[in-house]
Design a protein around this ligand. Structure first.
Ligand code: MG
Length: 386
């Protein structure tokens, strides 16, 4: 049974994990714009309890989760529950997974296993545990609905096709430093790195875009979500961020999905699936205004982290989880001013050099590999730099 495919006219019940982050607030923008379509059943957030409380007041869910077991005053009609309970509430039609970190992994797997479709924004979880997510979706007879713009584009291109694609072409904006040489980046500040040329996103993903680790993670994500071998996934630089990705089919025809660089489009596409719904709050695409679209080869010598991340991710076992932990720690250290931008790659590489992989790991071993690698890197850097 796929709960998102019910034909009833009632609004869809949404549980949103990670409601106060960038994807979470944009998801609530979509829901706010389409009040007849959705009802918020549950919200989960991390430490930003003030924003969570105001979201509860506005959207009146029946359940919530706040990290560290915090309880909110004045929320008597809205009870605190665990993340797992929230993700598998009776009557939930779709869970939006927009929470950073590995805490959402177990609840998402529980939801999929219970037949609840999951709109997934957190690519780190697919990279860490793609096989577990795929298996849970199969067991539950439901789907993972991509929210990030590139996998959403691929998904939209292959919907309705009966044969496997020949090739995926993932587009990359190149991030904040796309017009600078790697050597010129030694002294860039976190503020400069957080200036993305085309997308408004959270801090971690914006830094991942500047190093292009984000693009490597998207290749891995596409490999697992769409079951496509790595040799059939290419990345091309496309600075306008208008074409969100392309799919080549066996006959050589190519479909591209395009639109303004605004995450609310792919979020809405996942939420209303399989329907398409007019949203008056979103701007309309104007090809004349865009003018020209350009494509260039990805020069990976300018982005050493791209090859590093992809090489590590292609290894089996706990390597992908360790990569996620290493990247998370390195990005935090850069944002805290503890390491330079150009040290992100070397710090990840050193952190991974002592990783002892476990092949065929359990879910727990995956999350432990991520957190142990992250902790080891943080400890090693603070031992040197205080
Ligand atoms: Mg993306």
């Amino acid at each position: 049974m796929n709960r998102s495919l019910n034909n009833s006219k009632r609004p869809k019940n949404v549980v949103l994990l990670g409601s106060t982050g960038s994807v979470g607030t944009q998801t609530l923008d979509v829901i706010r714009a389409l009040p007849d379509r959705f009802r918020v059943l549950g919200l989960a957030a991390g430490r930003n309890v003030e924003l969570l409380a105001s979201q509860i007041a506005e959207f009146t869910p029946s359940r919530y989760y706040a990290a560290d077991g915090q309880e909110l005053a004045n929320s008597s009609d809205c009870r605190p529950v665990s993340l797992n309970e929230l993700a598998t509430l009776d009557d939930v039609d779709v869970v939006v997974a927009a929470m950073s970190g590995a805490d959402a992994l177990e609840p998402i797997i529980a939801a999929l296993g219970a037949g609840i479709p999951v709109a997934l924004a957190n690519k780190e979880l697919v990279v860490m545990a793609g096989e577990y997510l795929r298996e849970a979706a199969q067991q539950g007879g439901t789907e993972i609905l991509p929210v990030d713009s590139e996998p959403s584009a691929i998904w939209q291109c292959i919907r309705g096709e009966t044969e496997k694609p020949k090739r995926l072409i993932i587009t990359a904006s190149g991030g904040a430093f796309r017009d600078r040489s790697w050597d010129a980046l030694r002294s860039v500040s976190p503020e400069e790195a957080l200036e993305h040329p085309t997308w408004q996103m959270g801090r971690k993903i914006t830094i991942d875009s500047a190093t292009l680790i984000n693009k490597a993670l998207e290749v891995v994500e596409a490999h697992w979500l769409f079951d496509i071998p790595y040799e059939q996934i290419d990345v091309v630089m496309h600075k306008q961020s208008i074409i969100h990705s392309m799919v080549e089919f066996q006959d050589g025809s190519v479909k591209a999905q395009m639109g303004p660089p605004d995450l609310r489009y792919p979020i809405q596409c996942a939420l209303t699936y399989p329907e398409r719904v007019a949203n008056p709050t979103l701007s309309r695409f104007d090809p004349i205004e865009v003018g020209s679209l350009t494509f260039e080869e990805l020069d990976s010598s300018l982005y050493p982290c791209f090859d590093l991340a992809l090489d590590v991710a292609k290894r089996g076992g706990t390597w992908r989880a360790a990569l996620i932990g290493a990247d998370e720690a390195a990005v935090d250290l850069f944002l805290d001013g503890k390491i330079r931008f150009t040290e992100i790659g070397p710090v990840i590489e050193r952190g991974l050099s002592v990783h002892q992989p476990i092949m065929d790991p359990s879910l727990r071993q995956l999350t432990e590999a991520a957190s142990e690698t992250a902790n080891r890197i943080r400890t090693a850097i603070s031992a040197v730099k205080g």
